[in-house]
Design a protein around this ligand. Structure first.
Ligand code: PLP
Length: 467
């Protein structure tokens, strides 16, 4: 069957059958034929392995996905750390539909539309401190590129054009574009793509099982690792360094929770040396850690903050960079007719994305989802630590509504065990995220205590069934 025919078939399934109604779907050969799936080159996926045993979601609602075979899957990962308010929220759907009918698109270059300004005001009000200015982009990766460029340009407009060096961190993930890949610290993401940006260095990551295994919340050990920045400053000289970028909690490389005092120390060193601190809050933004942003939770104010994912509940792609007053104002000193930043995207501040984001912020507000996440944290922590003694598990760690479960590797096959746990979970009925030899959990913030128990039980069952 050709792809288009498969798509029609999938559409028919989506429209005509409610979940669980048609048991025969699981035996439908049309969905199982690998060749039908050939044209789509899937991102961050072992394509041939996937296409030999495809997994297709066709519908979602609330805490659940529904698979092409009609099975209900408890969403243990909020899609990809992004559907914080749960799936297919009517308020967002209606806002996007209305916006599409009213103003489908407006360029952001020299023209505006009201919702872009309204959303910026709402985000500035939500963000801590004087992170009062908003630059729109379309993804987390673009947010990172934009933040790095703003940081370098900031020093340029201030008369320190020599500050171009960027410091990232090992095991950091900052998206896939050249800047983000370069400051990121994941070997696999860099290996195929040459040297990346020049003038980049990395701090060590903070994950050390000898000291931190089975931590509940922030580990006690590791604040001193921030002092490595002093070494890098001595090596390169502060006058060459534009910015340090870190995820307050590293998500994609398997939930690395910042040690107590670490982020505070990093901020202190940055500020002492005129180096901008960028928090990449693409994952940690919008309630994931029980506050609007990790910056708020940890009480550490960065100079720039990148956001995306939960900004629109992932309904329409959108990201942004939040910028502190002083950084923004440095650009506003040239004559009025000056374009202050030669940067932007065709879809910056897209009307539909703005409509989705405004509706999403209303839900977060009306449902009190950030406070809800905070109040669920202790229950979540106790639940995930029931996995502490499970087979092959060498660490369970948590913060906010996030957990990482790390396994010993099979000989010569790093990641294989976690992959098997991930596929087993899906078979049993739970979506989890594999990151190397780690399973990450980050469900929508609407999850109930009962669903937390079910999620953890399914993960436990999958671990027990995985040699
Ligand atoms: N930064 C962080 C911290 C992320 O976790 C991600 C994605 O997971 C990104 C950037 C990249 O975002 P996107 O995939 O939307 O480009």
């Amino acid at each position: 069957m050709e792809c288009s025919k498969l798509a029609i078939r999938m559409h028919r399934i989506h429209r005509e059958t409610a979940p669980g109604e048609d048991e025969n779907l699981s035996r439908d050969p049309a969905i199982q034929i690998a060749n039908d799936l050939d044209a789509y080159w899937m991102p961050f996926t072992a394509n041939r392995q996937f296409k030999n045993a495809p997994r297709l979601f066709v519908k979602a609602k609330g805490m659940h996905y529904f698979m092409a075979d009609g099975r209900e899957i408890l969403d243990g990962t909020a899609g990809l750390w992004c559907v914080n308010a749960g799936h297919c929220r009517d308020e967002i759907t209606a806002a996007v539909a209305a916006q599409a009918a009213e103003l489908d698109y407006a360029t952001a270059f020299q023209i505006g539309h009201p919702k872009a300004f309204e959303l910026a005001r709402r985000l500035a009000a939500l963000a801590p401190g004087d992170l009062d200015h908003v630059f729109y982009v379309n993804s987390g990766s673009e947010a990172v590129e934009t933040a790095l460029k703003i940081a370098i340009a900031y020093h340029h407009v201030r008369g320190e054009p020599g500050r171009t060096r960027l410091i990232g961190r090992e095991r950091g993930y900052h998206g896939v574009n050249f800047g983000g890949m370069s400051v990121g610290g994941i070997g696999n993401n860099r290996r195929q793509f040459g040297a990346g940006l020049a003038g980049v260095d990395h701090l060590p990551h903070t994950h050390d099982l000898e000291h931190n295994a089975f931590s509940r919340g922030q580990p006690q050990w590791g604040a001193h690792l921030a002092d490595d920045l002093v070494r890098l400053i001595a090596l390169h000289d502060a006058s060459t360094i534009a910015a340090v970028i870190v995820e307050p909690m590293a998500g994609s490389t398997g939930v690395l929770v910042p040690p107590k005092g670490y982020l505070e120390r990093l901020a202190e060193i940055c500020h002492a040396h005129g180096i901008l601190l960028i928090f990449d809050e693409v994952i940690t933004g919008f309630g994931r850690l029980g506050a609007a942003f990790a910056a708020e939770r940890f009480g550490v104010l960065p100079d720039l903050m990148t956001i995306a994912k939960g900004l629109t509940n992932a309904v329409i792609p959108m990201g942004a960079v939040l910028v502190r007053e002083g950084v923004h104002d440095a650009f506003m000193k040239a004559p009025e007719a000056t374009v202050e930043l030669f940067h932007g995207y065709t879809y910056s501040g897209h009307p539909m994305a703005c409509a989705a984001a405004l509706a999403t912020l209303d839900i977060y507000d009306n449902d009190g989802l950030f406070a809800r996440a905070a109040s669920l944290e202790a229950y979540w922590e106790d639940a995930v630590h029931r996995l502490d003694g499970a087979a092959n598990v060498i660490d369970v760690r948590n913060i906010g509504i996030v957990a990482g479960i790390e396994f010993t590797s099979r000989d010569g096959k790093p990641g294989a065990r976690a992959y098997d746990v991930f596929t087993k979970c899906l078979e049993i009925g739970a979506l989890t995220r594999q990151a190397g030899e780690i399973i990450a959990l980050s469900p929508p913030l609407i999850i109930s205590e009962d669903e937390i128990d079910r999620l953890v039980a399914m993960v436990g069952e999958a671990i027990a069934a995985t040699p």
